[in-house]
Design a protein around this ligand. Structure first.
Ligand code: MRU
Length: 357
């Protein structure tokens, strides 16, 4: 079964409702862009590349629903929809990358009709390129995975978090496709449980051996010598290689460093944000306290207790052994290697002149 969490079906955007997994596999059809923005907020669709892809498609729905014929009015209204998408989730830079990409297309269009057509084409390109990038990440990344590796991952950086195949899980899939035997340990990933509900579901579907652990078990397993390598995804990577990813990644990285276990970050170029010098400039989303105080709608914390709920943390570059992108494997110093990767990618997209052409 191919997992495609974001796809077009005619004029409707189809999302897998990730809030219902692993109990129910439900696909929801969207024709109203406002509902797509809400789906991103509520994490029906989540994971950095998937959020970007969903927003791009949502902006196509917005273009289809704006009734005006005058281009200036059309543009103004469409840009208001873009602002709504930009306000949904602050950390994953893929969201802003996708919105900017769609804006660039809009600004080359002279009529609403051409804008509707060109925006739809651009959204399809974004969907297709994401899967290709993940396959390339997988090919590069699997060279770092020894046969027989016991791999720890945190959160879900799988097919569900992308348009397909996954980043961290793409590396694992590619290692399996290359004939390597692996065993995955999936951190359950409190408070939203993406590791237990999504990563475990994906791997069980494909028959890749997986064991779920609670987040606080990782250190014990590492001390017993039962983890060989850590592979995680990213929501935003700063120019110096600091990595924002699901909260808890930093703790795993510190543990891995202490135990001499390599930690690899797998992410597409669209996750690299060279405009942010280091991790201190990455906005960290604070989500509702109920995600911590409740499990499956049942309160587990005393009434009146204070909680915090930062959805991401920043792992400093010094704890990251390498960053695997579709353009290859970046190693320290990341200020140099990441800039090279980004330049290589934009050279391919824009040609030598560096403009859209
Ligand atoms: O809050 P989420 O579920 O959107 O967070 C997802 C993550 O942190 C992933 O690890 C990251 O987006 C990489 S997905 C390829």
């Amino acid at each position: 079964m191919q997992i495609r969490p974001v796809r077009w079906d005619g004029d409707a955007l189809v999302l897998i409702d990730q809030t219902q997994l692993p109990h129910r596999y439900v696909e929801v059809r969207y024709t109203d862009w406002r509902d797509v923005a809400q789906a991103i907020r509520q994490m029906v669709v989540r994971g950095a590349p998937a959020i970007g892809a969903a927003a791009a498609c949502g902006l196509v729905l917005a273009a289809q629903s704006i009734p005006v014929a005058e281009m200036a009015d059309f543009r103004a209204e469409w840009l208001r929809a873009a602002d709504v998408f930009a306000s949904t989730r602050p950390t994953a830079v893929n969201l802003f990358w996708a919105i900017e990409r769609m804006k660039r297309v809009l600004h080359t269009c002279h009529t609403p009709e051409s804008a509707r057509r060109r925006l739809r084409q651009e959204s399809e390109a974004i969907l297709e390129e994401d899967v290709q990038a993940n396959r390339a990440i997988g090919q590069h990344g699997q060279t770092l995975i020894p046969d027989g590796a016991r791999i720890l991952t945190h959160c879900n950086a799988g097919a569900l978090a992308t348009v397909g195949y996954g980043t961290a899980l793409g590396v694992i899939r590619a290692a399996v496709e290359a004939g390597k035997k692996v065993h995955v340990y999936a951190d359950e990933t409190r408070p939203r449980l993406q590791g237990m509900q999504l990563t475990a579901w994906e791997l069980v579907q494909e028959g890749i051996p997986v064991t779920v652990i609670t987040d606080n078990m990782a250190g014990m397993l590492m001390r017993r010598g039962e983890i060989d390598v850590v592979v995680v995804g990213a929501d935003r990577i700063a120019a110096n290689g600091d990595v924002a990813n699901k909260v808890g990644t930093y703790s795993v990285a510190v543990l891995a460093k202490f135990h001499g276990i390599p930690l690899y970050v797998a992410a597409p170029i669209s996750t690299i944000d060279l405009s942010v010098a280091d991790g201190s400039g990455i906005p960290i989303e604070e989500r509702a306290p109920e995600e911590v105080t409740h499990i499956a709608g049942v309160r587990i914390a005393p009434e009146g207790v204070r909680v915090i709920n930062p959805a991401f943390d920043v792992t400093p570059a010094e704890l990251v052994q390498a960053i695997i992108t579709e353009e290859g494997i970046a190693r320290p110093p990341y200020t140099v290697s990441l800039a090279q990767m980004v330049a290589k990618r934009s050279g391919e997209v824009f040609g030598d002149g560096g403009t859209a052409g």
